[in-house]
Every structure is written in C-alpha cells, then in structure tokens.
Write a protein that binds this ligand. Structure first.
Ligand code: AMP
Length: 419
C-alpha cells in the first residue's frame, strides 16, 4: 500500500479529471460506494474458485461477528447498490465510480495491495453496441491523456451454455495431458478449468496454444454478438486483436471480454479489463439485467504516463506575500483576501514564518512563486506594496494598493476584475 505524495497527485488529478470529463460526455453518471461490503457478496459474484476469493481478500469479522471484506473490485458493489436502490430495475443506467480496491497480492511492480480503479458499468443493454461504446470511451480517454501504443485485445466467452459445453471439451483435452500441467492448473482442472488458459506459467504456453478454443465453440447468437462488436470497432477505426486465451480472472463474464495492454510496463501489462456479465445482477438477487463494464488500473496509467513522458502541469504558487513587522503582518491577510477576490485563479501563499527577512525570501523562492509581495515597515508607512519578480532580474517596484491587482494580473497573465 502506497502513500501518494504531493509530487504525484497532479498525475492522479489529471487522470481523474480526464476520466470524469470523458465519461460525462458519454452520459455516464458517478456513483460513490462504501469500500467495505459483506464477504458473501464477493464470494457469490467473483466466484469461489478465483485467485481473488481464494487468496487475496482482506476479510475480517466486525464487532457483530459479520464477515466483511475490503472491496477487491467495484462491480459487485455497484450491482448491490443498483439492486438496493432500484437503479438497475428495468432501466438503462450508465454508471462509474473510482477509488481504492484491496487485494492481498504478492507485492511486485505494478501489483499493489491497495490500488485504485476507475470502474464503469452499463446496465439494461444486451447488445454489442454498448460493449463497443465502452471501448470507444476508453479509446477517447487514452487520446485525452496522450497515452500511446496501447493495444486492445478482445474475445468472446459465449453464453453460459456455450461455456459449459466448451468446458467439457477443454477438460477432456487437458486430462489427457495432465502430466504436463503445473500444480495450480491441476487444481483448477477440477474447479475452474477456463482459468488454466490464462496461466502465467510460460511452460504451459504450447499446451494452451494447442487446446481447443472457446471461440470455435460459440453458439450462433454469441457469434453474431461478437461479429457486431468487431464491426462497430472496425467502422469506428479502433484497432483490435482477437485473443482466444483472454478469459479474465473473474467468474461472472459471458460473451464480450476485453483488455487494453501495453508492453512498456514489464510483466504487469494490463491497464484495463472488462466484459459483459449478463447473469450477475440476477445472481445477486435482482431481476435479470444485462450488464457490461470495465475497470482501469490507475497506478498502471500513472506509470505509463511517466514512461511516455507525459507530465501534467503542476500548479505552484504564483505569488508569495511576506510581511515584516507587527503592523505589516496585520495588513497581510486582508490584502491577500482582496487580491483573491480580484484575481480569479490566483494562487497566493501568505508567509507565516517568524524568521528573518532573508529566511522569508528563501521560503518565497521555494514556494515556486513568480512574484513576491513585500510589506515592510517602509511600505506600511507609505501605503505602497513592494513587488519583486523572483524569476527575472528586475528591480523591485513600489505599487499603490489601488494598482496592485492590475499590476499582478499583468505580470502573471491572469485576468483581474478589480484592476
Ligand atoms: P481486474 O479487476 O482484475 O479485472 O483488473 C482491472 C485492472 O486493474 C487491471 O487491468 C490492472 O490494471 C488493475 N489491477 C488489478 N489488480 C491490481 C493490483 N493488485 N495492483 C495494481 N493494479 C491492479
């Protein structure tokens, strides 16, 4: 779990603000949820035999003895909230949320125990159009952020029926070659064989390549659904590859699944994953409701922004106001308040240090400010204010109260109302 120091927060704000503006422009509305839910919710939705539920959840008993879990992902909570509030009942809903998720993973670069996701879900729409829309939202977000070289992989897992028929074929194939499987895969053979397909063990690569593919066993409606998705993406100019091994780590997916990946982040190359989950709402106790969504891993987006030399502008102080002497010190705050009223967007720091004037100037310099305003004994007597450009070799000016906002606006290139 990491702290996010002030030098990092501009990246976070850049990503959050970009996501908010792109999502709003497509009609998605924000929802905010608790970070803790009943453990049962995640067991039922994510699936008993998944890495998350088997090994990674932060689960504890509260004072009533109820088993609660820090959310490892957001979809289950959104579905729970949607059912409870009636939001998803017979309605189309485009929703998003953003915040921390918790998984007790083995820490490594790109994998954290508290990480953050932007999570987007659409309810009430069964067609491939909305799956395509989600992908278009993402393509736009990457452009907005200036991120390049992400590639889109898509696959279809078909309906539950197709999955069950395929599972039998896969198990038959793998049983006949069980001597080639590792321990993890042997265990999954009896519980969740599809997950063997996205095993990270390179030794299993050739076997998996040879295994029957779900995509060759799709039922006709799933094939048509998948074809529509591909066609919309093609006509919208979004490049993709079909990855028949893409199954995703959670049990609830049917039909469309997708991932955006990069090769610029080492082993943890997936920056966003999602797909359709048409049965989950019903399984959690709601009316049958088609649904589809995705989650973006925010830390990986930050890493990618840095890897691609995309740095958001950081806002430092414009002006540092320093006062020397009791009378001037009392004048500093009212003056600062007036300037904040008069110059929209002004970033002004008022010195609160009790040290020498030299020390105050050092603080002014460290604040990053371009202009220092000086209220000394002399200025207190004359009613003028010293204006010193900190990043230019210009002599200090003495400006009257009335002219100050205008002069500052000029120096900083900010419009002002009071000048
Ligand atoms: P998932 O909810 O597992 O489908 O993950 C969606 C996205 O969240 C992934 O593509 C990653 O970018 C990100 N992610 C998942 N787990 C972690 C983690 N432990 N640390 C950082 N990012 C993660």
């Amino acid at each position: 779990m990491s702290d996010i120091p002030p030098a990092e927060t501009p990246y976070w704000r850049f990503v959050e603000d970009s996501a908010r503006s792109v999502l709003t422009s497509y009609g998605y509305r924000e929802i905010r949820l608790p970070v803790i839910e009943k453990t049962e919710l995640f067991r039922r939705s994510i699936g008993e035999v998944t890495d998350i539920v088997e090994k990674e959840m932060y689960t504890f008993a509260d004072r009533n003895g109820d088993s609660l879990t820090l959310r490892p992902e957001a979809t289950a909570g959104i579905v729970r909230a949607g059912i409870q509030s009636g939001l998803t009942h017979n309605q189309v809903q485009r929703l998003w949320c953003c915040g921390p998720m918790f998984r007790h993973e083995r820490p490594q670069k790109g994998r954290y125990r508290q990480f953050h996701q932007i999570d987007v879900e659409a309810f009430g729409l069964p067609g491939a159009q909305i799956d395509a829309e989600l992908i278009l939202v993402l393509a736009r977000l990457w452009r907005h952020l200036g991120i390049q070289n992400l590639s889109l992989q898509i696959n279809s897992l078909g309906t539950r029926n197709a999955q069950a028929l395929y599972r039998e074929k896969l198990v038959e194939f793998l049983r006949a070659r069980r001597h080639l499987l590792d321990d993890d895969s042997l265990r999954r053979l009896g519980t969740n064989p599809l997950r063997i397909l996205d095993s990270k063990n390179p030794a299993l690569g050739p076997l998996i390549d040879e295994a029957p593919k779900l995509i060759d066993h799709l039922d006709a409606p799933s094939m048509a659904h998948f074809a529509t998705l591909q066609r919309i993406l093609e006509e919208s100019g979004v490049a993709f590859t079909i990855n028949p091994r893409l199954v995703r780590g959670l049990d609830y997916y049917t039909r469309t699944v997708f991932e955006w990946v990069t090769d610029e982040l080492g082993a943890q190359g997936a920056v966003c994953g999602g797909g359709r989950y048409d049965h989950l709402v019903e399984e959690i106790g709601g009316q049958p409701t088609p649904a589809t969504g995705f989650a973006i891993g925010m830390e990986r987006i930050m890493d990618l922004l840095k890897a691609q030399d995309r740095h958001p502008s950081t806002q430092t102080a414009h002006v540092y106001l320093l006062a020397v002497g009791a009378a001037a010190t009392c004048r500093a705050h009212p003056l600062a308040e007036r300037l904040r009223d008069d110059i929209p967007g002004l970033n002004l720091v008022v010195d609160a240090d009790e040290g020498s004037i030299k020390r105050k100037f050092r603080q002014a310099d460290r604040s990053g400010a371009r202009v220092a305003l000086i209220l000394g004994e002399e200025e207190a007597a004359s009613g003028r204010i010293g204006v010193k450009q900190l990043r230019e070799a210009q002599p200090q000016e003495a400006v009257s109260d009335a002219e100050l906002a205008g002069r500052l606006g000029e120096l900083l290139g900010l419009a002002n109302a009071g000048g």
